[in-house]
Design a binder for this molecule. Sequence first.
Ligand code: ADP
Length: 237
Amino acid sequence: MVYSKRVDSRKFDQPREIEARVGIIKRADGSAYFKIGKTIAIAAVYGPRELYPAFKQNPETGILRCNYDMMSFSVTERKKPGPTRRSVEISLVTENALLPALDLSLFPNTVIDVFIQIIQADAGTRCAGISAAAMALADAGIPMKDLVSSISVGKVGDKIVLDLNKEEEDYEEGSTDIPVAIMPRNGEISLLQLDGDVEKEELLQALKLAKKGCDEIYKIQRQALKERYGGSAQDEL
Ligand code: ADP
């Protein structure tokens, strides 16, 4: 199926409008807001603090515990509150996407809790959550090898596109959605999921586009940290 023009008139390699802020939740050790188009994620980090029950403590390392959820009225059909198979899976892939940026051996016997709440959903929520969480971890002062930037790419009709919105995800017989997370400095990919069909060449093209999108997000994430901490945030990361 020919997809000649995007439903919201963006170029095929253009992300939706992005906004980012850190330090939005006073009681959290670190927090962030990340908006991409109509998708909005907030992330709050608590810790590192001693892990209980104590038998779960590991004297060699701390652990990262991510909790992703969507607010009931973040989508048009009210979502039943509480965890679902989907939210458990997204929490797990989020943890795995963030772990390579951290060195938890610095914090033995502890836990770092990351709560991600999607307050409005229009596709790409796991990616928005990961981008927000990475900023919140940096805001909490946790040493990081790099930030993690995340965006989805995919195939709508016959086109490879950056940052699908919900209408594009649901386009005709369904699109291919490929959420990707990257540590932009060394290009390491820490999340790659694929829902749909794609040829090898198309996947390579999509990954190039994801890199470009993540580089743009990286700039915006760093800018948000710089706005709060001045020039030093960039040097610390
Ligand atoms: P992601 O949000 O990371 O793209 P999915 O592909 O699972 O993850 O979901 C795509 C979109 O579908 C979500 O962003 C949201 O807009 C919508 N969605 C997901 N779960 C629900 C739900 N329970 N009710 C209504 N819409 C939902």
